[in-house]
Design a protein. Structure first.
Length: 354
């Protein structure tokens, strides 16, 4: 039996999304149909709609990859115990069976599926997704936070979590987060949760104040500062905080040209820079710095879905707070929300609820 779905489709880049009704066939083998509780609005969605980034599936396409909801149907080979369970849908779903997946390299699986990119996504009443890595949410977590809010775990929380985990950031280390709006505020929390000293850099005093409330020990307003002056400010904060002078872990989460230049300029001996934000702008860099400092520069595409149960547990335990950082919007207002996000007017992460 097919499922009748109402979704908001990108019919053409730059144009308002259109509400359409369509049918999802019965869940295929290995797949599930999830009734959407909430779908977070990510900068990637804005990039698809307004910034020339192309989706892998052609329009018309339902965007949205930060999804939580209830499993309503499962196909052959899927544990029927998932039926009716509340779940978080990983933003990137690897196949789990290829050589890369077996080698633990799931984030670069060649057969991965990203809802809202490879197929219809979560700005709809229902979505069909591979079931292998769906992350069930326990009643203990739902007693503290609503399922629609957990949609942001799918990317905004999980991607910086993965980045922090990969960097081997540990208690007593220094973490510098460049850009603390959007995913950056979750990078601050993840870094603080492992016991690192965190310095936040942004051009918004309000975002910097929030970062301090959520775990940053230092905050620097980069407005009007040149590269050398900013580095001096960082060194001053490091000294004030008694943080290590080398092996800084830098997380570029702004997705801007200025942010990426700033992050790279702060690399020092044994340093590590994670590129978490995305921009179409090109950055000119002297790569020899990596050699001279014996430093590391690494990209971060999504999150290994096997980590999601731990991330949801962190949220349930309050190590990472999402409640104060999310705002619920009816899905019917998605075009207004997209426009406001594109203008940079949203303070909380918008979650669209059918």
């Amino acid at each position: 039996m097919s499922t009748v779905v109402k979704g908001w489709m990108m019919t053409e880049p730059g144009k308002a999304l259109q509400e359409r009704t369509y049918e999802l066939p019965t869940a295929a083998a290995g797949e599930a149909i999830v009734e959407v509780a909430g779908c977070g609005l990510c900068h990637t969605d804005i990039s698809f709609l307004h910034m020339g980034v192309k989706t892998r599936a052609p329009a018309p396409l339902v965007l949205g990859h930060e999804i939580s909801g209830y499993v309503r149907e499962v196909g052959d080979g899927v544990d029927r115990g998932l039926l009716s369970r509340p779940v978080v849908v990983p933003a990137v779903l690897p196949c789990g069976t290829c050589d890369l997946c077996k080698a633990g390299q799931r984030t670069i699986c060649k057969s991965q599926i990203m809802p809202g990119n490879d197929r219809h996504g979560g700005f709809a009443s229902h979505v069909a997704v591979p079931a292998r890595y769906l992350c069930p949410v326990g009643d203990d977590v739902l007693a503290k936070i609503e399922l629609w809010q957990l949609a942001v775990v799918a990317d905004a929380v999980s991607t910086p979590f993965m980045s922090v985990r990969r960097s081997e950031l540990a208690e007593g280390d220094l973490a510098i987060v460049v850009g603390v709006g959007g995913i950056g505020i979750y990078a601050v929390q993840c870094a603080a949760a492992v016991g690192a000293t965190v310095i936040a850099i942004d051009v918004s005093p309000a975002r910097l104040e929030l970062a301090k409330q959520l775990g940053a020990s230092g905050a620097i307003d980069a407005s009007g500062l040149g590269e050398k002056e900013l580095k001096e400010r960082v060194r001053g904060e490091v000294k004030r905080l008694g943080a290590p002078s080398v092996r800084w872990r830098i997380f570029e989460t702004s997705g801007t040209l200025a942010g990426q230049r700033t992050g790279y300029s702060l690399l020092n001996h044994g340093g590590y820079m994670a590129v978490v934000g995305f921009t179409m702008d090109k950055v000119e860099l002297r790569l020899s710095n990596l050699m001279a400092f014996d430093a590391t520069l690494r990209g971060n595409w999504g999150c290994d879905p096997t980590l999601y149960p731990e991330i949801v547990r962190w949220v349930g335990e309050g190590k990472v707070k999402v409640g104060p950082l999310t705002k619920r919007w009816p899905l019917s207002q998605i075009n207004e929300v997209l426009d406001a996000a594109h203008r940079g007017e949203l303070r909380e992460r918008a979650v669209l609820v059918p």
